[in-house]
Ligand binder design. Structure first.
Ligand code: GDP
Length: 450
């Protein structure tokens, strides 16, 4: 292993910047670049020391530095960190001096990759580091922290252990067929495999909620023109202007806004932006709007209570299988469309009466959106958080399904193969048997200095 270095703090102006060095030469590199004020006592591991970062004989900055001896460090290697003043110039000059003293520039995620290769954390824990850095709400941060602590890995190991037991049981039968233990083995193996499958399926259901925690909920705003969609959108966004980023896409694109719904990160997609006067463009727009509705976690449909429903609205209300929240807007005006009428058309939908002019009912609407997004799931129990984990769990379930079929017809050798496949699929989550390119792909997504 060579020695790597990088600026670990965000680029730009700030109080301090941290330059991190890791590898066998870390201490050596530090002693080249950093001069202690008090040279009488030796530099101790894990003790912050005051001094200067030097470029040869020139002082670059007044700094604090620490050296941490392997193996109990972030990377499991010798690590040194220099804290200098923030800002673009100084940190870069210190890094340049470090790079001239025997370290090379670290690739994105390389520090964490070394922690993985050094066996301190597994792949799922490494991924959670990135999730924590990217977390947009407290809940998402909390979920990442739990994963970093090894919760996900613990659950996966338990399921793998159960599968290994079953595999061992079947292999014993295959090795000693004369023992006449077949019926009992097949039945017991099937029970164990079914139990693992059940747990994974539940985990996959909760994963939907988990994905919302980290990736955000997609709420699609739908409804006819002039029902009050823009006004209501403004109401939903108003109280949290500070964290809202409006991203109007290209002219024909869908308008997306981000908001925080009681701790859930939300992407609100306004399909209204798709309508224009041009027929051809409008047709494309309507197709896109329909696609957005299909992909939505929740559809928020705004209905104008002061007029009757049109055909398009009725069609959307009748569509099954979409989690629907209806804002029956303009409640301050005389009602033409009633809650009962909507309920008959869309029995599963939550209906909230609102007035977008005064903001009346908007809090209830927010709660209804939250409840509908998380209905039937336990986000607290979601431990499969990334697309990669979900894919691996699905693959494992598929293999288990096939194993159960084989056990039913007592083709034990096939069952053993399927169970192994199920076990291996789970192993890719923790990295136990992830291929090198999967590992590389994960760390490439990291930011520099982590
Ligand atoms: P959109 O086309 O669906 O985005 O609708 P807008 O938000 O632009 O609203 C259309 C019109 O309805 C505007 O004149 C709004 O001021 C008005 N409006 C929206 N919500 C309400 C409401 O709750 N009560 C009343 N009286 N007028 C509303």
């Amino acid at each position: 292993m060579d020695t790597i270095a990088s600026i670990a703090t965000a680029v730009g102006q700030g109080g301090i910047a941290v330059i991190r060095i890791s590898g066998p030469e870390a201490k050596n590199v530090l002693s080249h670049v950093f001069t202690r004020k008090n040279t009488k006592c030796a530099m101790k591991s894990r003790m912050l020391t005051y001094g200067w970062a030097m470029d040869g004989r020139t002082r670059i900055d007044e700094c604090m530095a620490v050296y941490m001896e392997a193996p109990h460090t972030y990377t499991t290697e010798d690590v040194a960190e220099i804290q200098c003043h923030g800002g673009r110039v100084t940190a870069q000059r210190v890094l340049d001096a470090v790079l001239r003293s025997g370290a090379r520039l670290a690739q994105p995620g390389e520090f964490t990759k070394r922690a993985f290769l050094g066996g301190r954390i597994d792949l799922a824990q490494a991924e959670s580091v990135m999730d924590l850095i990217g977390a947009r709400t407290e809940r998402a941060a909390q979920a990442s922290l739990q994963q970093m602590g090894g919760y996900l890995s613990g659950r996966i190991h338990a399921l793998q252990d159960a599968l290994l037991d079953t595999i061992a049981y079947i292999e014993a039968y295959l090795d000693y067929p004369d023992e006449d233990i077949e019926p009992l083995t097949a039945e017991r193996a099937a029970q164990q495999a079914a139990q693992v499958k059940k747990e994974l399926e539940e985990a996959l259901r909760n994963a939907r909620a988990g994905r919302m925690l980290t990736g955000g909920v997609r709420i699609v705003l739908a409804g006819s023109p002039n029902t009050g969609k823009s006004s209501l959108l403004n109401c939903l966004l108003r109280e949290q202007r500070a964290i809202v980023t409006a991203m109007a896409g290209t002219t024909r694109d869908v308008l997306r806004e981000e908001l925080n719904l009681n701790g859930l990160p939300v992407q609100l997609i306004d399909t209204a932006g798709l309508r224009t006067a041009d027929d051809e463009v409008e047709r494309i727009g309507i197709d896109r709007a329909r696609e957005e509705v299909d992909r939505a976690d929740v559809v928020l449909m705004v209905v104008d209570s002061a007029r009757s429903l049109d055909e398009e609205e009725r069609a959307l209300l009748r569509r099954e299988g979409i989690p629907l929240v209806i804002a029956l807007n303009k409640k301050d005006l005389d009602a033409v469309t009633s809650q009962e009428e909507l309920h008959l058309l869309a029995p599963g939908a939550a209906i909230v009466r609102t007035c977008a002019v005064t903001g009346d009912g908007v809090d209830t609407l927010r709660q209804a959106l939250y409840d509908t997004a998380l209905r039937g799931t336990s986000p607290e129990e979601a431990y499969l958080t990334s697309e990669r984990h979900i894919e691996a769990a699905r693959e494992s379930v598929k293999a288990l399904q096939s194993a159960l079929g084989a056990l039913e017809s007592a083709t034990m050798d096939c069952a053993a193969l399927d169970l192994r496949a199920a076990w291996e699929a789970l192993g890719t989550i923790t990295g136990q048997n992830a291929t090198e390119d999967v590992v590389d792909r994960i760390f490439q997504k990291f930011c520099l200095g982590k």
